[in-house]
Design a protein around this ligand. Structure first.
Ligand code: SF4
Ligand code: SF4
Length: 429
């Protein structure tokens, strides 16, 4: 793991804001890992907030819901902040925020099956970045003895998890209770990095004074390093168990859930509220005031500036969907917020030099790689298009954390090469 400049101030310490009255929303059907959802509405149809507008298309898929009352004005290919283009449902918004009173008091008398159905029907996906459908992750084929709740948020700039742990801890713990009821683990570990003192103080107080519907939970305060919040790194840091190459956390009895996902699970079960809003970090030195804002899924970046929710201090030289380590550059502001969008960065200068120099074989990329891979070899092989040579180099285990590229003195875009390598690696490997 590496140390990177955090850039979490000032948004880290500011109360969250809300913008829940957009004029128009664009909902990509590819919001999650797995198969894109399938539209179940038609052009011109009037819809109500929380109505299902696209159904899941397979085992690893998730439904999509209307974030507001309105009318379907397009179902066509539109902008996607990660894939560039995807089929999208566009809604002209008419009314927002119908309100979601709590429908149940506790989950004691609710079955696991019913909880999983609520989570599936609400379209909950992992909000830590991967957007993996939560009902699939919470129905593992093997016994899980340890749940790790991920509050690390190690990517520089981003601070939504920190704010949620400060502002929404009760709801997060109700979500953890639901997860624990479904999985029945022996232990729950709440993991957080040491750079979040206010959240740590609240968590300590909460864990030591409240009663929960699960027995064993402990707080694990980890050193601030990148990528501490990566699933495999987090499991090793908290349990000392290693997920071997090609294996999954469930193979060693572990399951990791992000704090924001726990919050969304609480809303799905207690409020019957689908995943139609999320907290997003808007940061970077090109913004007048970096902040964390609750927005409807599908809100465009452009509308946030049009409505003066965000303002530029100066014209950005670089706009990134995500953080500086794993994010994707955007060429304009006409991109919608996805279920998995944790943040957007607006920078007054490029993050790094664009020009690539020859490899000097310094091995810094190898030392920095948290997965013990050989990024310099990937770049060499991929430049020569000898993809079959990737066979023995476990390229699939690369988590695209960006540590190798960050430390490379020759500015070689190593993650870019990895992405190409993963795409062209022979499939029978
Ligand atoms: S860090 Fe860059 S220059 Fe050094 S070995 Fe790796 S790829 Fe080559
Ligand atoms: S090779 Fe992959 S896992 Fe290793 S440092 Fe580079 S991006 Fe991260």
């Amino acid at each position: 793991m590496i140390l990177v400049q955090e850039h979490k101030e000032p948004q880290h310490n500011l109360k969250t804001e809300k913008f829940l009255t957009p004029k128009r929303l664009s909902l990509a059907l590819s919001q999650h890992a797995g198969e894109p959802s399938t539209p179940c509405v038609s052009l011109g149809q009037e819809i109500k907030e929380a109505q299902n507008i696209a159904t899941s298309s397979g085992y690893i898929s998730s439904p999509l819901h209307a974030p507001c009352d309105g009318k379907i004005i397009a179902i066509e290919i539109g902008n996607h902040p990660v894939l560039r283009k995807s089929e999208c449902i566009t809604i002209q918004c008419q009314a927002n925020n119908k309100g979601y009173p709590s429908l149940i008091k506790n989950i004691e008398n609710t079955t696991k099956e019913s909880l999983l159905k609520d989570i599936k029907d609400a379209g909950i996906v992992g909000l830590g970045g991967a957007a993996f459908p939560a009902h699939v992750k919470l129905n593992p084929p093997k016994k899980i003895d340890t749940i790790v709740i991920n509050g690390c948020e190690c990517e520089p700039y981003l601070s939504t998890d920190n704010r949620m742990m400060i502002e929404n801890l009760t709801e997060i713990f109700k979500g953890i209770e639901i997860i624990a009821k479904i999985i029945e683990p022996n232990e729950i570990i709440f993991a957080i990095e040491s750079n979040k003192p206010e959240a740590i103080k609240k968590l300590n107080l909460f864990i030591n004074t409240k009663k929960f519907g699960f027995s064993k939970i402990r707080l694990s305060v980890l050193k601030t390093a990148y990528p501490q919040g990566g699933e495999k790194q987090l499991i090793f840091s908290t349990t000392n168990r290693k997920v071997e190459p090609g294996k999954l956390p469930l193979d060693i009895g572990c399951l990791v859930q992000n704090v924001a996902t726990a919050f969304a699970i609480y809303e799905a079960v207690y409020l019957k509220k689908p995943l139609i809003e999320r907290l997003v970090s808007f940061c970077g030195d090109a913004l007048l005031k970096p902040k964390n804002v609750w927005v409807k899924i599908g809100t465009s970046l452009q509308e946030l500036f049009d409505e003066k929710i965000l303002e530029f201090k100066e014209e950005p030289k670089k706009v990134i969907s995500g953080g500086p380590m794993m994010g994707v550059c955007l060429d304009n502001l006409n991109y919608p917020i996805l279920k998995g969008s944790g943040g957007f960065l607006f920078l007054s200068s490029p993050v790094s030099e664009e020009k690539e120099y020859p490899c000097i074989r310094c091995a810094r990329c190898i030392d920095a790689c948290p997965m013990n891979l050989l990024p310099l070899e990937y770049a060499k092989i991929i430049k020569k298009e000898k993809y079959n040579l990737l066979t023995d180099l476990s390229i699939k285990d690369c988590i695209e954390c960006g540590c190798c590229a960050w430390v490379c003195p020759s500015k070689i875009p190593l993650v870019h090469y990895v992405k190409i390598g993963k795409k062209y690696e022979p499939k029978n490997i």
